[in-house]
Ligand binder design. Structure first.
Ligand SMILES: [Zn+2]
Ligand SMILES: [Zn+2]
Length: 172
């Protein structure tokens, strides 16, 4: 079976792998394996914003990706941004088969299950991008974009019918 590696970035808690594994394995029919621990180069952090640039995190993951993993998903506790956005929960790059999720803005989740659902939804969403899926307007599709934990909870963990069919073709 093809595998998706999860790279723990810097000091993120290893328990996060178990929290996102069930949803990711179900969504992509891939085994999720804890992969290399990745340390971000200093230049990835914007001192003025006190945030880390998502595209540079993807660069670091692409450089660290062992070839045996079909995809490498980084999980980080630092807050991410893109130049045109105040923050992002994650990012994904189909060309280089890497994605990243930040748990920084999920710290306020009311309990561990709620936290796990947020991380899992974001992981499936960003990995969806790495398989070429675009954003969705359906209320309950995991490919719907989100700018708040509330929106992430609402969209859930599952693909809409159209995205499920599209993904099935990509996974062949
Ligand atoms: Zn997206
Ligand atoms: Zn959809």
């Amino acid at each position: 079976m093809q595998t998706i590696g999860v790279a723990l970035i810097d000091a993120v808690e290893p328990g996060v792998v178990a929290q996102l594994r069930p949803a990711v394995e179900l969504a992509f029919a891939r085994a999720v394996i804890e992969g290399p621990r990745v340390t971000l180069p200093r230049g990835v952090r914007d001192e003025r914003r006190d945030q880390w640039r998502a595209s540079l995190v993807l660069d670091a993951l692409a450089a660290a990706r062992p070839r045996e993993y079909e995809r490498l998903l980084g999980v980080t506790a630092v807050d991410l941004y893109r130049p045109e956005r105040p923050f992002v929960f994650g990012d994904g790059d189909a060309a280089r088969a890497v994605a990243v999720v930040s748990v920084a803005r999920f710290a306020g989740a009311p309990d561990p299950d709620a936290f796990a659902r947020l991380v899992a939804s974001e992981a499936v969403h960003q990995l969806g991008h790495t398989y070429g899926l675009e954003h969705c307007r359906e209320q309950h599709c995991v490919m719907r974009p989100s700018t708040s934990p509330e929106e992430t909870v609402k969209r859930g963990l599952m693909f809409c019918d159209r995205h499920r069919a599209e993904l099935a073709r990509k996974l062949l």
